[in-house]
Design a protein around this ligand. Structure first.
Ligand SMILES: *[C@@H]1O[C@H](CO)[C@@H](O)[C@H](O)[C@H]1NC(C)=O
Ligand SMILES: *[C@@H]1O[C@H](CO)[C@@H](O)[C@H](O)[C@H]1NC(C)=O
Ligand SMILES: *[C@@H]1O[C@H](CO)[C@@H](O)[C@H](O)[C@H]1NC(C)=O
Ligand SMILES: *[C@@H]1O[C@H](CO)[C@@H](O)[C@H](O)[C@H]1NC(C)=O
Ligand SMILES: *[C@@H]1O[C@H](CO)[C@@H](O)[C@H](O)[C@H]1NC(C)=O
Ligand SMILES: *[C@@H]1O[C@H](CO)[C@@H](O)[C@H](O)[C@H]1NC(C)=O
Ligand SMILES: *[C@@H]1O[C@H](CO)[C@@H](O)[C@H](O)[C@H]1NC(C)=O
Length: 490
């Protein structure tokens, strides 16, 4: 971090030029020799919110995501309902999450058709399941219950995400008796979550109709497909993350990691933490019954070590999984670069994953520093502009080592934090940083004085390890620092 005091000073007295009097390399050498900066400049976490567990718990008790067949005139065999957003940051809503391009819409069942009977129906006065993650229904042959069950299992097999079926007769329903072409009163209702007899509705769907033999069969859960651009960090376990960098949460109508990933990708950046880089999806049980599917988003990746929230009171956390967004840049935080003998300050033109080059006649115009006072997070940071202040040339920082795993034709976001305050408002007024992608200018930060700010630009990959990312800028004394560089699939 740049010292906070000096920020305020330079903001207050705009005409005063410099925070620092010497060039970055010389200043750091002088300061680190005279003071123990690592002790006084511990990374601040004041702006990093922890998971707002209380609000999530409160909101879980407010949502109603349970249903059976939505309306009497719903025709059989409709495509399953899309994953819906039922709550976003405390606001109750209903909107579909478009995951049409994702490879998977949620947990799938095993290929083998082994359905387990969870509860039998009763001869009279039975009711249908009223539960979460309703998918669709159809009418199956009522020649015999067994034949209807076979057809219903086959229908479940062919419905993405189906893990449970509720099969029942519905008598005295005109639509089933006379209108729908299947001419059958045996309903097969599919769900994306497993339900129990405790979740049977308390009432018949209407006064005239009469439900009988409402039984429930479950198939084994399959591991959901990992969303594109993410990796599974942990799970499934029965505890949710409680971690810093929390950005907010959503409730989903189904347990759908791809939908949660999409919300994370589309979420606006946090001013201090940047983009969403991690999410935790879990199922909320209330008094043992599935109630909603929580998607909590974070700007700081975390792992199982912070998965400590098993629930409160009647709320239990289940099927909790953590997924981290993959950055295709090696060491975008410049933290792999360290100093000999554990010193707190050093700098170089090359560092793991990065290579700084100067314009002809320039010298150390793009460098990597290990010095926490200059860094946005941690101790590593890159500097554009001559580290010794001895020339005014622009520097170029190139990500070395092929950018592996990029898919040809796909869009990626280059994102980072930059700061151009080092020499003060006047001398930094022409500070600039440009993002070059495969030899072409992809975007540039607003020119001039700026405290740490987030910047992102979208680029299209050629793939095959042939993509090249370069950051250009500086022109001492107009310095720019760069930290926390990420390359994410959009
Ligand atoms: C700086 O402070 C830390 C923590 O107090 C200590 O471990 C370290 O040895 C100190 N370094 C120097 C150079 O004084
Ligand atoms: C899905 O892919 C198509 C074709 O690549 C694209 O036009 C569309 O915008 C994508 N939709 C989403 C939601 O990403
Ligand atoms: C369901 O009914 C069958 C036949 O009456 C019986 O064998 C079976 O144990 C019952 N299963 C459950 C889960 O109630
Ligand atoms: C079914 O419910 C009706 C009306 O509530 C009641 O009259 C009847 O006795 C019930 N039948 C059984 C078998 O419980
Ligand atoms: C099958 O369902 C149709 C339509 O509801 C009904 O007319 C018929 O009686 C049922 N057959 C049996 C064997 O229950
Ligand atoms: C994070 O904390 C800030 C300041 O306390 C607050 O304004 C903001 O709403 C919080 N964000 C979330 C997602 O809770
Ligand atoms: C860094 O760039 C310079 C100039 O293009 C080149 O000579 C050198 O080999 C590069 N170093 C690495 C480690 O890529």
């Amino acid at each position: 971090m740049l010292p906070r005091r000096l920020f305020f000073l330079s903001a207050a007295i705009l005409c005063v030029s410099a925070e620092y009097t010497l060039a970055p390399a010389l200043q750091a050498a002088q300061d680190s020799a005279s003071a123990n900066t690592t002790a006084t400049d511990a990374p601040t976490t004041d702006a990093q919110n922890l998971t707002d567990v209380a609000t999530i718990v409160r909101t879980v008790t407010l949502v109603d995501q349970k249903s059976g067949v939505p309306a009497n005139d719903t025709p059989p065999g409709l495509p399953q309902a899309p994953t819906m957003l039922t709550v976003l940051d405390g606001e109750i809503m209903v909107s579909a999450v478009d995951v049409s391009n994702s490879t998977d819409a949620g947990p799938r069942r095993r290929a083998a058709s082994d359905y387990e009977l969870l509860f039998n129906g009763t001869e009279a006065n039975d009711t249908a399941i009223h539960g979460t993650a309703y998918l669709t229904y159809t009418l199956v042959s009522n020649a015999s219950y067994a034949q209807g069950l076979d057809e219903c299992e086959a229908f479940c097999e062919n419905t993405e995400g189906c893990v449970f079926l509720n099969l029942y007769y519905e008598f005295n329903n005109e639509l089933l008796d006379f209108v729908f072409p299947q001419n059958s009163n045996l309903r097969c209702v599919l769900y994306g979550d497993v339900h129990t007899a405790a979740e049977k509705a308390t009432q018949q769907p209407s006064e005239a109709t009469n439900i009988q033999h409402s039984s429930g069969y479950a198939s084994a859960l399959k591991e959901p497909t990992v969303p594109e651009g993410y990796e599974l960090v942990f799970g499934p376990i029965s505890a949710a993350n409680n971690a810093p960098g929390y950005m907010g949460y959503a409730f989903l109508s189904k347990y759908n990691p791809s939908a949660c990933a999409k919300l994370c990708n589309e979420r606006g950046p946090d001013a201090s933490g940047g983009a969403c880089k991690y999410f935790n999806i879990w199922r909320a049980l209330v008094f043992g019954l599935p109630t909603t599917y929580v998607c909590a988003m974070y700007s700081i990746p975390t792992d199982v070590s912070t998965a400590l929230n098993a629930g409160q009171g009647p709320l239990a956390v289940t099927r909790s999984r953590g997924y981290a967004r993959i950055s295709y840049i090696a060491d975008g935080g410049f933290e792999a670069y360290s100093c000999p003998d554990g010193a707190d300050f050093c700098f170089a033109e090359t560092a793991p994953g990065w290579n700084g080059t100067s314009a002809p006649g320039g010298y150390f115009d793009a460098t990597i520093f290990h010095y926490s006072s200059y860094a946005h997070t941690g101790a590593g940071v890159a500097l554009l502009g001559c580290a010794f202040g001895s020339d005014g040339q622009m520097g170029t920082l190139t990500a070395t080592g092929p950018l592996r795993g990029l898919k040809p034709g796909r869009s990626y976001a280059v994102q980072f934090f930059y700061a151009s305050t080092y020499s003060g408002a006047d001398l930094e007024k022409n500070a600039f940083v440009e993002v070059w992608w495969n030899g072409a200018l992809a975007g540039s930060v607003p020119v001039g004085f700026s405290p740490w700010a987030y910047f992102a630009v979208s680029v299209v990959a050629v793939g095959g390890g042939n993509d090249v990312l370069q950051l250009k800028g500086g022109g001492a004394p107009a310095y720019s620092f760069i930290d926390d560089v990420y390359l994410f699939l959009l």
